[in-house]
Design a protein around this ligand. Sequence first.
Ligand SMILES: [Zn+2]
Length: 128
Amino acid sequence: MASTSLTDAELRHFDKALRDQRAIIATELNRLAESLTSVREARSDGSADDEHDPEGPTLSGEWSRIVGVHGEFNEKVAAIDRALARISDGSYGTCLRCSKPIGAARLSALLTAELCIVCARQVEGRSR
Ligand SMILES: [Zn+2]
């Protein structure tokens, strides 16, 4: 098992920060779900003739925007859940690629970081 360079206090701090962030995003997701419902209602409200409805395109645009943000938030929650699982199994703070410590400074900036800065740069460089 790769060991993390983080102290217990740091782990507790990141655990709490992750849970706080997750709660904020969960609230946002609920709000988005409500927006989706209201857009859906607005669209189906007397819009049997959707193609000739001047409101149609606007609502469709709003719809795709919300669906996009919703997807982003869902990914963030998934990343946070992975990070929390990594705290439980002791691999949090260890690079998934090279097994070196990610470092508390980088984790503070990006709680869900799964790669150390060196690997993150290499991965980014490759995808360019
Ligand atoms: Zn690495």
